[in-house]
Design a protein around this ligand. Structure first.
Ligand SMILES: *Cc1c(COP(=O)(O)O)cnc(C)c1O
Length: 336
């Protein structure tokens, strides 16, 4: 198969319109059969529920080429499950999980020319999402919805080496105790934009959110979960208000089963974070981004950056993803 003529290594994390995307519409209580379309633009009512009341949620995953030349993606069944959870919380109809995985596969197959070659570091980022599309002015859920999956090639996350991040403990909150922090709702991102721009203005890469009820425990950043390492132990916050990262859940299993590490998933107090050796942010985009400094209101806590532990976790998980290391059952969805 002929690949698109792109300079894969110099792509950034930006939208490029690809050939086909998957669309299914929900009306009169049922999803239609869905299809691939070349229509990248959407026309809808000015009063669509998504535009007025932000009734939308999304997912993010990647397809890539393995060492032996297959096109695969990583654990799409977990994205399907998580999107179903998001939909239930936002009173949106669930797109059946098996159909979700099928829609991802169809979208990637239809854009196979856009899947970056092995070794380029680039990937095909896949964005499934859903929104309430009919006119709603009184506050209530929409009655019509669209589920859509598009794909866009993105460049290697770490160009020219791993840069350790400098992050700050945020004074603003991300998630209320019984709110929507645990689902992938667009609204969680809309309200984080002010704070991320402010962080950048102040010279930080990210905001680290603490629990908004007591402000004593670490939660996550705006778009990534957090892991800490001390010796042979991985510690990661568990909290009902963090988004259950698939990367973090996979790293926990890799730490235990591949690297023989001890894992603690528990509340992590702000007071104890100075005791760890390494810290990393984990999510689909970067897998793990090493943290060099957490700034807690002028008190700088320093970590090893790309230390030995984070390096081993990163190499093992990316090795599994790229087909260099045998994967646990069900982790790699072969597409072509
Ligand atoms: C998507 C997301 C993550 C990362 O999840 P992955 O499944 O690992 O990509 C972490 N935190 C938030 C708030 C997110 O929205």
């Amino acid at each position: 198969m002929e690949k698109k003529n792109l300079d894969w290594g110099s792509l950034g994390f930006a939208y490029t319109r690809t050939d086909l995307r998957y669309v299914s519409n929900y009306k009169n209580g049922a999803w239609d059969e869905g299809c691939l379309t070349d229509q990248a633009d959407i026309t809808m009512s000015e009063c669509a529920c998504v535009l007025q009341y932000a009734q939308t949620c999304f997912e993010g995953l990647k397809a890539y080429t393995t060492e032996d030349g297959r096109i695969v993606c990583f654990r799409p069944d977990l994205n399907a499950q998580r999107m179903a959870d998001s939909c239930r919380r936002l009173r949106m109809p669930v797109f059946p999980e098996d159909r979700f995985v099928d829609a991802v596969i169809q979208t990637v197959r239809a854009n196979a020319q856009w899947v970056p070659p092995y070794g380029s570091g680039a990937t095909l980022y896949i964005r499934p999402f859903m929104f309430g599309s009919d006119a709603i002015i009184g506050v209530k859920p929409a009655t019509e919805y669209q589920f859509r999956v598009f794909a866009t090639p993105v460049g290697p996350y770490f160009k020219g080496g791993f840069k350790a991040l400098r992050v700050r403990i945020s004074d603003l909150d991300r998630a209320a105790p019984r709110g929507t922090g645990h689902v992938k709702a667009g609204l969680n991102y809309a309200m984080s934009l002010y704070n991320i721009m402010d962080a950048h203005d102040q010279g930080y890469d990210e905001n680290v959110y603490v629990d908004s009820a007591t402000r004593t425990h670490i939660e996550e950043t705006g778009g990534a979960n957090i892991i800490f390492l001390k010796g042979n132990k991985l510690v990661t916050p568990n909290s009902p208000t963090i988004l259950p990262s698939i990367t973090r859940r996979s790293l926990v299993q890799v730490a235990q089963e591949y690297l023989g590490m001890e894992v603690e998933e528990r509340p992590v107090a702000l007071e104890e974070i100075g005791e760890f050796d390494e810290c990393g942010l984990c999510g689909t985009a970067a897998v793990i981004s090493p943290v060099g400094i957490i700034d807690d209101h002028g008190k700088e806590i320093r970590y090893a950056g790309m230390g030995e532990g984070i390096r081993k976790l990163y190499d093992t998980l990316t090795g599994i993803q790229m087909g260099r290391i045998p994967a646990p059952e069900g982790w790699i969805q072969v597409i072509a």
